[in-house]
Write a protein that binds this ligand. Structure first.
Ligand code: ADP
Length: 290
């Protein structure tokens, strides 16, 4: 299975045949999922509603315990004792799809300080982490605002800051771009790039195929609780049978490059993911700029 070409490195998270059925449900929400996640990877989780992506996230940070199978953090088995779980949750933070599920404090600063305070860190360290997280998410000016009266995009940024203040090494983002306007999508994208540059490991679930194609270096496709593909984006979107099975459509940049290659306007094997890359690769003279 594809692992991002970093086999010598210890995976940060590993699942082994992870299986879980919600109480009263006839079929498993996760069924035998085995995957290794390596430090610094940018992983997109794709699949139709109900495919098991959120359940997978809840397993990865120990909110849910598997019925069968194992979870390892830095090669160590997660035992679901208090110490093991609290270590896991410090290292692996979830940003839920609906920020209102997370936000509890009366001010943004209080909200972002809450996690480190619970770790019983010294006051100065709590303050340092909270301010650093706010600055990372460009939220310094919102410190005294009430989280509940922020816009959806701002709330989402506060949820990410919450997880950053815990100093989590892995961020799990459940549909982070859902219901964001273009400006907040750009802000989030910038934050994700900065987090990646800072060495964080990022997993995000999304229905935004174009975003996944441009952003991810690895794609996991879920279907009915099973992991049915684990490959670089181009391999996933070039597999028409896989797309049919998982109900996905090719990203616009992939489809355009495919058409242009067939028409002889792009070299074979050239897959631009932005207009700048496309301009640079086109096999026709560029139109003069006016
Ligand atoms: P996705 O995130 O890909 O939309 P989920 O992990 O939310 O998928 O859901 C996987 C399956 O588990 C679905 O069949 C869904 O109906 C079921 N499920 C999710 N949450 C619950 C729950 N709290 N109780 C019972 N069934 C659930």
């Amino acid at each position: 299975m594809f692992t991002g070409g970093v086999l010598a490195v210890q995976p940060i998270l590993q699942t082994r045949e992870l299986t879980f059925t919600y109480e009263g449900q006839p079929t498993p929400a996760l069924d035998g999922v085995t995957v290794d996640i390596y430090p610094g990877q940018k992983v997109a989780l794709l699949g139709q509603n109900g495919a098991g992506k959120s359940t997978f996230f809840l397993q990865l940070n120990g909110v849910l315990k598997p019925d069968r199978g194992q979870l390892l953090l830095d090669g160590q088995l997660v035992t679901y004792g208090q110490k093991s779980l609290s270590n896991l949750r410090q290292q692996v933070g979830v940003v839920f799809q609906d920020p209102d599920d997370m936000l509890i404090a009366p001010t943004v600063l209080g909200e972002v300080s809450f996690g480190p305070m619970n770790l019983k860190l010294p006051k100065e360290e709590v303050s340092r982490r909270a301010h650093q997280a706010l600055s990372f998410m460009q939220l310094e000016h919102y410190a005294s605002r009430c989280p509940h009266y922020l816009s959806g995009g701002e709330k989402k940024r506060v949820s990410v800051a919450d997880v950053l203040a815990m100093d989590a090494r892995v961020l799990l983002l459940d549909e982070p771009t859902a219901s964001l306007d273009p400006q907040n999508t750009v802000l989030l994208r910038t934050a994700l790039d900065a987090l990646h540059a800072a060495g964080k490991t990022l997993l995000l679930s999304t229905h935004d195929i174009d975003f996944a194609y441009q952003w991810a270096d690895r794609v996991l496709v879920f279907s009915s609780g099973r992991l049915i593909a684990d490959a670089p984006p181009r391999a996933v979107f070039g597999d028409s049978e896989l797309l049919r099975l998982s109900g996905l459509v090719p990203p616009i940049w992939y489809a355009a490059a495919h058409t242009l290659q067939k028409a002889g306007l792009l070299p074979p094997g050239c897959w631009p993911t932005s207009s700048t890359e496309l301009q640079a690769s086109l096999l026709v003279p560029h139109p003069p700029t006016v």
